[in-house]
Design a protein around this ligand. Structure first.
Ligand SMILES: Cc1ncc(COP(=O)(O)O)c(C=O)c1O
Length: 305
């Protein structure tokens, strides 16, 4: 197997050689923005499909703008670099593409201005992140999701993920698969790398940006799927913690997690403690789309081979 290829300092190179200096600002202070983009492999058609590439690039550019980071390249150039990187790595399995725009100056000092910026990217093979079949057990975290008045939650800032990592570790050490984070008001915000959706009386409900969620591209796709294929109402509003326990179904959405049913929260079964029927239906449509089996949604996919 060839060594994986990464992109750093405007060139492709072997991942093992893609190193940054220990004084790098982003390494010391978390001053970078990133994306997670999936390439989904279809064994039958022997094809790799990148999901919503342009939308992810749009989001990293927005993150960069908020954080006073200059991507150094255009959106089109970034898309082309990422596609070329995927081709060079030649994976024939599910992958995760990680572009980062970061403060690359080798300088000690707290600020976002008057620093150099740079762009890098790498790819890792990436199977299931959570269990989409059996569903997952979640715990409400004692660690609150940061507020937009602290660090901009719309931006995928590398440093933010200390908050999410602490919540995830607390959940896993307590025997759960994933954490559900509350915002500073005590409303439901999201998982540590996923948005959350509840279904109650044939209505699908999910929090808005006002509850400090990262505005997920998977959630956006799922809501379009629901609109097009299912007779369910959609509500975007704040959700109370107690609403979770009496929901008919709960699921999470995310690039890593796809559509993952939640079967219990704080050791209380959701519904009958099995993945819900609507969640499974939505998941089934979503999986067929991301593996290139539904022509109606080919606009979301970039074919690699
Ligand atoms: C904190 C957080 N919330 C939600 C999501 C889901 O977003 P998306 O569906 O765009 O991957 C992610 C993943 O990027 C995330 O890191």
């Amino acid at each position: 197997m060839n060594s994986p290829i990464a992109y750093l300092n405007n060139e492709f190179m072997e991942l093992k050689d893609a190193k940054i200096n220990i004084v790098t600002h982003a390494f010391n202070y978390g001053t970078g923005v990133f994306e997670g983009i999936r390439g989904n492999w279809n064994d039958q058609s022997e094809q790799l499909y990148i999901f919503k590439l342009e939308e992810h690039v749009e989001r990293i550019f927005n993150s960069a703008k908020i954080m006073r980071l200059d991507p150094q390249i255009t959106k089109d150039q970034m898309c082309q670099i990422l596609i070329e990187l995927v081709k060079k790595n030649n994976y024939r399995e599910d992958i995760y593409i990680r572009p980062i725009i970061y403060k690359s100056s080798e300088i000690v000092g707290l600020r976002m201005h008057d620093l150099d910026d740079d762009f890098l990217a790498y790819i890792v093979p990436f199977g299931n992140y959570l269990d989409p079949n059996a569903g997952i057990h979640c715990g409400v975290s004692s660690i609150r999701r940061i507020d937009d008045s602290m660090v901009p939650v719309r931006a995928k800032v590398t440093g933010i993920y200390v908050n999410n990592s602490m919540a995830k570790t607390e959940a896993v050490l307590n025997g759960y698969d994933e954490a559900i984070m509350l915002n500073m008001d005590g409303h439901i915000s999201e998982g540590t790398g996923e948005n959350i959706v509840i279904i109650k009386n044939n209505t699908i409900i999910s929090p808005t940006a006002a509850d400090n969620i990262l505005e997920g591209l998977t959630l956006e796709a799922v809501l379009e799927i629901v609109k097009n294929h299912l007779q369910i109402n959609i509500e975007r509003r704040s959700i109370d913690r107690s609403e979770l326990y009496i929901a008919d179904e709960v699921f999470m959405t995310g690039t890593a997690a796809h559509v993952t049913p939640v079967v219990s929260i704080d050791k209380i079964n959701i519904g009958n403690g099995k993945p819900g029927l609507l969640s499974k239906k939505i998941q089934e449509i979503y999986f067929s789309i991301i593996r290139g089996e539904n022509d109606q949604y080919s606009k979301w996919l970039k074919k690699i081979y």
